[in-house]
Design a protein around this ligand. Structure first.
Ligand code: SF4
Ligand code: SF4
Length: 364
């Protein structure tokens, strides 16, 4: 499978048929919002963003049911319009005559059985849609281990609110995963189609990740089930992914998340190279945080690659970073740093690497 428009359309149509037909999910003339991954302005060959040809194929399949199609995002860096221009998505939007939405925070929504905090600011246009279709990229993620269906919906949180939620999770990956699971349950997409054709392994989800041809499209109604099954194809423990672990332990009463594979089961396609993982709960979590400069991975700033754009400085949720000019580059206050790795995720120059901890015994 490659980014061949007709081949992708055919596969998506077969997928809908396997799941009971497109009519089961999309009714005539419904208002549909597509939520792709558009983390930062990137070319599609970097595997950072959902591929524009993939999105075009989804749009053309959906047009059999409706022309009322919108595409919305709040990227980590820059505007969605800028990101769309660089990735090639803008051309698709114009050719297909659909509408682009930059999310703004203008309504508060609430989730009753919250895991962390039940109120989120979102864009009210999300609530005006009949259906939301989630279009994640299959990527590794240094903080959550993988960015799939659940993580992709973090992009409905507009701009700076994302930084606030990161800061409130502090050093705790489980806490951040709970926030993601809350957001996903507050605005659950009605359908998910994952772009795993060109996927990403290594230290994703930004420029430090490694694109890898996987040739996979995974689709399903339940995003938690889709996220549960994907690790089976890349030889990864499904509960290494923090959002899967949180859903299983806190929502699913510790039962394995159920899924059923319809259509072709490809088995393990590739053993993925994964980012470092660090458990931080209970007494261990307390010790790890206390000795964080020895026990946690940390971002390292490579002066020679740094262009001084200060994207990292602007997006650090705890203002731990300072740009000191091109001779010194970025300096980091590691006592403030909560190891959210937003800086690593968003640096456009691969100028931030991740240094593994000195005392690895505490990390697992
Ligand atoms: S480290 Fe990266 S994001 Fe930060 S200023 Fe340098 S190039 Fe920009
Ligand atoms: S320095 Fe980087 S990893 Fe540390 S808190 Fe800031 S953005 Fe997160």
């Amino acid at each position: 499978m490659s980014y061949n428009l007709e081949e992708i359309k055919k596969t998506i149509k077969i997928g809908f048929e396997e799941l009971g037909g497109i009519d089961k999910f999309i009714k005539k003339d419904e208002k549909i919002l597509l939520k792709p991954n558009s983390l930062q302005p990137s070319k599609p060959e970097t595997a950072i963003v959902t591929h524009p040809v993939f999105i075009k194929a989804v749009i053309q399949v959906l047009k059999e049911k409706t022309d009322k199609i919108y595409i919305g995002e709040s990227p980590g860096v820059g505007s969605f319009a800028t990101g769309a221009a660089i990735s090639g998505l803008k051309k698709v939007i114009e050719e297909e005559n659909i509408k682009l939405i930059e999310f703004v925070p203008n309504i508060e929504i609430e989730i009753k059985d919250k895991l962390v905090f039940g109120k989120f600011m979102i864009d009210k246009r999300l609530l005006e849609m009949d259906k939301i279709i989630n279009l994640p990229k299959l990527k590794t993620h240094v903080l959550m281990q993988m960015s799939l269906c659940v993580k992709n919906m973090y992009g409905i949180i507009p701009g700076l609110k994302k930084l606030e939620y990161h800061a409130r999770a502090d050093h705790d990956r489980i806490q951040f995963a709970k926030i993601l699971v809350d957001i996903f349950r507050a605005i659950p997409p009605h359908f998910n189609i994952v772009d795993g054709i060109l996927a990403m392994e290594g230290e994703g989800p930004g420029t430090s990740g490694i694109p890898v041809n996987l040739g996979l499209i995974i689709m399903g109604e339940n995003g938690f089930a889709v996220d549960r099954v994907i690790p089976e194809f890349i030889d990864v423990d499904p509960y290494r992914i923090y959002t899967n672990r949180v859903y299983k332990e806190y929502i699913n009463k510790n039962k394995d998340i159920e899924y059923k594979i319809l259509g072709e089961n490809p088995g393990v396609l590739k053993r993925f190279v994964m980012p470092p993982d660090e458990e931080r709960r209970g007494l261990f979590g307390y010790l790890i945080r206390l000795l964080r400069n020895w026990t946690l991975s940390k971002p390292i700033f490579i002066k020679e690659k740094c262009t001084g754009c200060q994207v990292c400085v602007k997006h650090c949720p705890v203002t731990a970073l300072l740009y000191k000019g091109k001779d010194i580059g970025i300096i980091c206050d590691y006592n403030k740093c909560i190891r959210c790795f937003c800086c690593h995720e968003l640096c456009p120059e691969k100028a931030i690497s991740i240094k593994k901890p000195f005392l690895k015994i505490f990390s697992k």
